[in-house]
Design a protein. Structure first.
Ligand code: SF4
Length: 206
């Protein structure tokens, strides 16, 4: 499946919008936290407003509650996200000397950073060969049988164990484009799919 995906799908499209656009690991983490259950355009509004006010953990902790919530409001779930941001900043200063950890294990120790954010930071900020699993990648993995799990985090774990090393640098890009173009959430285009003979999905639309 990875060989076919590599032949048919575009690879590294790092010009795409997302937390990878941020200029440093701290802002990448905050952007990733804000992106939870938020559309890219709304996340971008929230990150622009927040980073216009503060770009370091110290500056972010110095913001008033109202100021912080107002800035991140476009990303939704703003009260919870504001609390998570404060706890993340506090922990970063108290336990990590203000430096974002560079390993997955280190990132996962941070408040508000789950497997998806950790993998996105690993791949897009630190340039590691990691297949970050978002909703598109997770759906394709489940349907095809590439990897499975009851959460995106579990799918990511399973996929990491099964994917060949050569596919890890660009696998995220192939899978996400495949999920957006062919194995779409609604009405997957199974009749035009080059993985159809390998795919284990039981409800193919043929
Ligand atoms: S056959 Fe259908 S369900 Fe399977 S990967 Fe292709 S589009 Fe997705």
């Amino acid at each position: 499946m990875f060989r076919l995906l590599a032949d048919a799908m575009p690879g590294d499209t790092r010009g795409a919008k997302g937390p990878k656009e941020q200029p440093d690991p701290f802002r990448s983490c905050i952007a990733c936290m804000l992106s939870a259950q938020s559309r890219d355009a709304n996340t971008a509004k929230a990150t622009s407003a927040l980073f216009a006010l503060a770009t370091t953990p110290e500056q972010m902790l110095a913001l008033g509650d109202e100021e912080l919530v107002d800035a991140i409001r476009p990303a939704g779930l703003y009260n919870n996200k504001a609390k998570a941001i404060r706890r993340f900043c506090r922990q970063l200063i108290d336990e990590k000397g203000g430096e974002v950890p560079r390993t997955r294990a280190g990132l996962l120790q941070m408040h508000g950073i789950g497997r998806k954010c950790a993998d996105i930071i690993m791949a897009f900020t630190f340039g590691e060969d990691v297949i970050a699993v978002d909703t598109h990648v997770g759906r394709v993995c489940e349907r095809t049988g590439l990897a499975s799990g009851y959460s995106e985090a579990k799918i990511a774990e399973h996929l990491d164990a099964r994917a060949p090393d050569w596919a890890k640098a660009e696998g995220h890009f192939w899978l996400i484009q495949f999920g957006k173009r062919i194995c779409t959430s609604r009405s997957p285009k199974c009749g035009a799919c080059f993985l159809v003979d390998l795919c284990e999905y039981e409800d193919k639309t043929l």
